[in-house]
Ligand binder design. Structure first.
Ligand code: SF4
Length: 348
């Protein structure tokens, strides 16, 4: 039986920006490939500057890709003109990170939420526009009383609800959520995440959920892609990724998540990642993670590891792993001792 066509397929997606100071471009996104199945949440995680947001903005064509392909429901939308793109753009919407900056302070809530209708359904009668806006507001827990108020009159959580209502008004299938909770107070984050989950269930939505908070992605995502310096280094079902991370970067990221009992944790987990992310203008040769990887070996500087399926759809880009099945030197788990031995330290 053939697998159903993914709603979104991203193939070797690349986005370079002029660096301004040198001939070399900023390699914000370099050959990223993944698919998103209809109805699922695909989480994208990684440190700041790893290319997550650039990936979302390139998918939705806010940025023109430098190379690669974007397919929405099987149709290649990579090179469509803005006019050709219009019917596809209404099927995918975006929720932005900063609800303070993404809402126009001079517009009423009604006009902010109705804005996409003015572009995509400009012939809609005014009364119907208001009806659609009221419906979208009710879906996010706001009411018609909020229609004529301005964004500055709302809290951060309410502003993000307005942003979500604006994303919903065209009845999209795919929503790219670009760190939708990171600018909010912790107490509000759970409300917004629960709202997104409820909307997904009610409206059959598909999400790409971008975050640097691994615990929130674990709660939201069915599958997770881990990005480092413009590339995907690991993709897996969320339970597999969190219980059995393969890539040393993923292992380090997970080790950075605070736990209630740090003393017990020292024995069980590898050390957190040290050092800074290298410049995307001049990334390391071979594996881009090699300058921070405690398991790096000579081959890591010579060849870039391809994202390879190690079985059950768990993909990893690392020379420690072979293709289907595992290479002889595959470390089925990497322990604190492995890292410390490599670094010359003594396990405590
Ligand atoms: Fe580390 Fe080498 Fe794997 Fe890169 S390829 S993550 S440097 S072991």
């Amino acid at each position: 039986m053939t697998a159903p066509m993914p709603l979104l397929a991203v193939e070797a997606l690349t986005k370079h920006f002029p660096s301004g100071t040198r001939d070399k471009p900023v390699r914000a996104l370099d050959g990223v490939t993944f698919t998103v199945r209809r109805g699922e949440t695909f989480g994208l995680v990684g440190e700041s500057g790893c290319g997550k947001s650039t990936c979302a903005r390139t998918i939705i064509r806010l940025y023109q890709p430098t190379d690669g392909r974007i397919r929405l429901d099987g149709t290649d939308i990579t090179s469509l003109s803005q006019r050709q793109l219009r019917p596809f753009r209404r099927r995918m919407q975006m929720i932005f990170q900063d609800p303070y900056a993404s809402l126009n302070a001079r517009m009423t809530v009604r006009d902010i939420v109705a804005e996409p209708l003015a572009v995509h359904e400009s012939a809609l009668p005014k009364a119907e526009v208001t009806e659609r806006v009221e419906l979208a507001l009710s879906q996010v827990g706001l009411s018609r009383e909020h229609l004529l108020r301005y964004a500055h009159e709302f809290s951060g959580g309410q502003r993000q609800r307005i942003g979500i209502a604006r994303a919903l008004i065209l009845h999209p299938e795919l929503i790219l959520c670009d760190e939708p909770i990171s600018a909010l107070d912790v107490s509000i984050q759970a409300q917004i995440v629960n709202l997104l989950r409820q909307l997904q269930e009610d409206l059959d939505l598909t999400y790409v959920f971008i975050a640097h908070d691994l615990s929130m992605v674990r709660y939201m995502a069915d599958r997770v892609g881990v990005m480092y310096l413009g590339q995907l280094v690991e993709v897996a079902d969320a339970p597999a990724l969190y219980s059995h991370p393969l890539h040393p970067y993923t292992q380090g990221l997970l080790a950075s998540v605070p736990v209630p009992d740090p003393a017990a944790d020292l024995v069980a987990r590898p050390p957190a990642i040290e050092g800074d992310v290298p410049s995307p203008i001049d990334p390391p040769s071979g594996c881009r993670f090699r300058t921070r990887c405690p398991l790096a070996r000579p081959i890591c500087g010579e060849a870039s590891p391809a994202l390879t399926d190690t079985g059950d759809g768990h993909e990893v880009a690392c020379h420690l792993y072979g293709g289907p099945g595992q290479s002889p030197d595959h470390p089925s788990t990497t322990t604190t001792s492995d890292h410390q031995n490599h670094l010359g330290g003594n396990p405590t």
